[in-house]
Design a protein around this ligand. Structure first.
Ligand code: PHE
Length: 348
């Protein structure tokens, strides 16, 4: 085939396409399209013949062929619109519009979120309101205002993840190691009396095992008023635990140290699995499970927040939310809360 033959064929295709298009109705238009423009359609095959022409001719003829293809596709689209081809007539189609849709899986709240919400509920019943604080913290809020001496070991690189950015005081920013900075931020921005809880993620440079993670969750709570004592702390935590774990739950206090409280305590709840009878792997036979750190807020912290420490006193506590989730759901390994294996999440 020479150039002229090819051009003649192209012209023939154009003529026959355009002269029959107007007579093609909606039902026949798909077949019409295949006949000319389909994979083995007339125009497609003619364009394929171009491979036998020398490169210079191929360029010119190819441009002509492509221009025609554009022209014909445009005309075809116009005809489709005109005839209503491609519009499904639902009344005549085989779709049953009354048929129910397919069920699709719906998401649910993560067990840690559910646990935090339950804890929030418990404290809200006791008159606490909710506050939030940033995950990237300043040394001042995470340590200094909480009465950590400048050389306190908890500031060490081992425990704290530092960020390669300085705060306004020229100290490295850090990932908060506990939720206690929310105490400082709230006290500095609000007037006492205050009763506040705050849940969120905290970070410590620790190896992951069944009961540790480098990122976990805490709920902080604190109460500042006149004449707040350890007795208020004990009453509040006991009321909270009984609400959450049932009326038989008991709590026990043992002495502990945190720079921002004095006295400080470690608080345990009677084992919810063996009801304190011992012979239980979860509480290791002690009948008690340690749940949180707590204490009476140190006067230095009260002063650092600009309050008169003679007038105001308070208690604070910090609880690991994972610990509570493990007790509520009977989970032995904390990692199950992070792997997000649907087979496990669906059971919780
Ligand atoms: N912030 C402490 C911790 O992370 C817990 C705590 C909070 C202890 C409040 C006492 C009072 O370990």
């Amino acid at each position: 085939m020479n150039q002229d033959d090819w051009k003649a064929k192209l012209a023939l295709i154009r003529d026959s396409f355009l002269s029959t298009l107007g007579k093609t109705d909606a039902a026949a238009i798909a077949e019409f399209e295949t006949h000319y423009l389909g994979r083995k359609g007339e125009l497609t095959l003619l364009l394929r013949d171009l491979k036998d022409f020398p490169i210079e001719e191929r360029k010119i003829l190819g441009a002509l062929g492509n221009a025609l293809k554009t022209e014909l596709s445009g005309a075809l689209d116009a005809r489709k619109t005109e005839t209503g081809a491609g519009v499904v007539n639902l009344n005549k189609s085989q779709f049953d519009l009354t048929m129910a849709g397919y069920p699709f899986p719906k998401g649910s709240l993560h067990p840690l979120t559910v646990t935090a919400n339950k804890m929030y509920d418990g404290f809200q019943k006791l008159g606490f309101s909710i506050a939030e604080g940033p995950l990237i913290e300043e040394d001042y809020f995470n340590f200094e205002a909480l009465n950590f001496a400048p050389d306190h070991p908890a500031r060490d690189m081992q425990d704290t993840f530092y960020v390669d950015l300085k705060d306004a005081r020229g100290k490295d920013l850090l990932l908060r190691t506990h939720t206690s900075p929310v105490q400082i931020r709230t006290m500095k921005s609000q007037e006492p009396p205050l009763r506040v809880v705050s849940a969120g993620r905290v970070f410590r440079s620790e190896a992951v095992d069944a009961s540790h993670s480098f990122a976990f969750h805490q709920m902080e709570g604190f109460y500042v008023d006149k004449n707040v004592t350890m007795a208020d702390l004990k009453w509040t935590l006991e009321a909270f635990m009984k609400d959450l774990f049932g009326g038989q739950a008991k709590i026990s206090f043992s002495p502990s140290f945190f720079p921002f409280v004095e006295p400080g305590a470690q608080v345990a709840v009677s084992c919810v699995f063996c009801k304190g009878s011992g012979a239980c792997p979860v509480c290791k036979g002690t009948g008690w499970i340690e749940l949180l750190g707590a204490g009476v807020i140190h006067p230095n912290v009260i002063k650092a927040c600009g309050y008169d420490a003679e007038k105001w006193s308070g208690f604070a506590f910090g609880a690991g939310i994972e610990r509570f989730a493990m007790l509520l759901y009977g989970i032995r390994d904390m990692r199950m809360l992070y792997e997000n294996d649907l087979r496990i999440l669906k059971q919780l």
